[in-house]
Ligand binder design. Structure first.
Ligand code: NAD
Length: 269
C-alpha cells in the first residue's frame, strides 16, 4: 500500500519507533494520528507535522492498554480524518523478568503488548470488512520470533503479538485486509536506554550484544518499504530471518546455543 493520501494511526508515537513511523508516514503523504499515553509529547509530534502540512496530524491521548482507550482512539481518529486506512499498534512495554515478577507487571505487559492489538482490531474490523480493505500493522519484536533473554513477560507477550498478527492475516486476507508485523532487534530508543539501569526494563547490554542497534528512522524506512510490498514480516534486522530458520531447523541446537549465550551474558554482567 502506498501511503500518499492515506489515514494512518500510530500508537506509542510520542517517541522512539512510533514517532519515527508517524514522521515517515507523514513524509510519504499520509494524514497521521499520533496516539500515546504521553499527551504533551504526542502533541509536540503532531504540532511539528502540522507545521509541515497544516491539518495533517492529530494527537490523541490514549491508553491502549485498555479496551476503552482503543475504542476512543479509533472513534477520535475517524471523527478527525474519516476511515482509517492503516493502524499501527506499536506501543509496548519492556518489563518483567521471570515467573516471580509482580502480577501487575505481567498484567501491564499483556494489556499493552497483546490485548491492545485485539482491542484495536475489534473496533477496526467492522469498518474494514464493510469496505473490503484495511491494513493492520503491529510491533512485536525479534523476541516474538526467537526469545528475550532475561524477560519471560516480554518473550510471551511478543510471541503472542506475532501470533495475533498471523491469525489476522490468515483469517481476513480473503476480505482485503493486509497485515504486517514489525520484529526488530535493538533500536536506539528510550526503552532500550532504560535497560542501561539493570534494575529496570530489559538489560540493554543483552540487546546490544545480540546485534546491531538501529536508529528509529531506519526502522521506519523498512516499515514503509514492507507496507508498499504488502509482505508480512517487517525485518529491519534481516538476519533475524536466518536466526528463525536456524531455530525451526534444529530446535534443540538453537535452545542449547541460547542457553550458552545467556550464561555468557550473566557471567559478563
Ligand atoms: N527499542 C527496541 O530495541 C525494540 C526492539 C524490539 C521491539 N521494540 C518494540 O517497539 C515498540 C516501540 O518501542 P520503543 O523502543 O520505541 O520504546 P519507547 O519507550 O521509546 O516508546 C514506546 C511508546 O509507547 C508509549 N506507551 C506505552 N504504554 C502505552 C499505553 N498503554 N498506551 C499508549 N501509549 C503507550 C510510551 O509512552 C512511548 O511513547 C514497542 O512495542 C517495543 O516493545 C523495541
Amino acid at each position: 500500500m502506498e501511503l500518499v493520501g492515506k489515514h494512518a494511526v500510530v500508537t506509542g508515537a510520542a517517541g522512539g519507533i512510533g514517532e519515527a513511523l508517524a514522521e515517515r508516514f507523514h513524509a510519504e503523504g499520509a494524514r497521521v494520528v499520533v496516539a500515546d499515553l504521553q499527551a504533551s509529547a504526542a502533541g509536540d509530534v503532531a504540532d511539528r507535522l502540522n507545521e509541515i502540512r497544516s491539518g495533517s496530524a492529530l494527537a490523541v491521548a490514549a491508553d491502549v492498554g485498555t479496551e476503552e482507550g482503543n475504542r476512543n482512539l479509533v472513534a477520535a481518529a475517524e471523527h478527525a480524518f474519516g476511515p482509517i486506512d492503516l493502524f499501527f499498534a506499536n506501543a509496548g512495554v519492556g518489563i518483567g523478568r521471570g515467573p516471580e515478577s509482580p502480577e501487575s507487571e505481567w498484567e501491564l505487559a499483556f494489556n499493552v503488548n497483546v490485548h491492545a492489538h485485539r482491542w484495536a482490531a475489534k473496533y477496526l474490523l467492522p469498518g474494514w470488512l464493510a469496505r473490503g480493505e484495511g491494513y493492520f500493522c503491529s510491533t512485536a519484536s525479534a523476541a516474538g520470533l526467537l526469545s528475550q533473554i532475561g524477560s519471560a513477560p516480554y518473550t510471551l507477550t511478543k510471541h503472542a503479538a506475532v501470533a495475533f498478527a498471523e491469525w489476522m492475516s490468515i483469517t481476513y486476507a480473503h476480505a482485503g485486509i493486509r497485515v504486517s508485523c514489525l520484529c526488530p532487534q535493538g533500536v536506539n530508543t528510550a526503552m532500550l536506554r532504560a535497560g542501561d539501569d539493570p534494575s529496570t526494563g530489559i538489560s540493554s547490554s543483552v540487546v546490544r550484544s545480540a546485534g546491531r542497534v538501529l536508529e528509529p528512522a531506519d526502522v521506519a524506512a523498512v516499515a514503509v518499504a514492507t507496507i508498499a510490498a504488502e509482505t508480512f514480516l517487517i525485518l529491519p534486522h534481516p538476519e533475524v530471518l536466518t536466526y528463525l530458520q536456524r531455530k525451526t531447523g534444529d530446535y534443540d541446537r538453537w535452545l542449547a546455543g541460547m542457553s550458552k549465550l545467556q550464561a555468557r551474558m550473566l557471567a559478563g554482567s
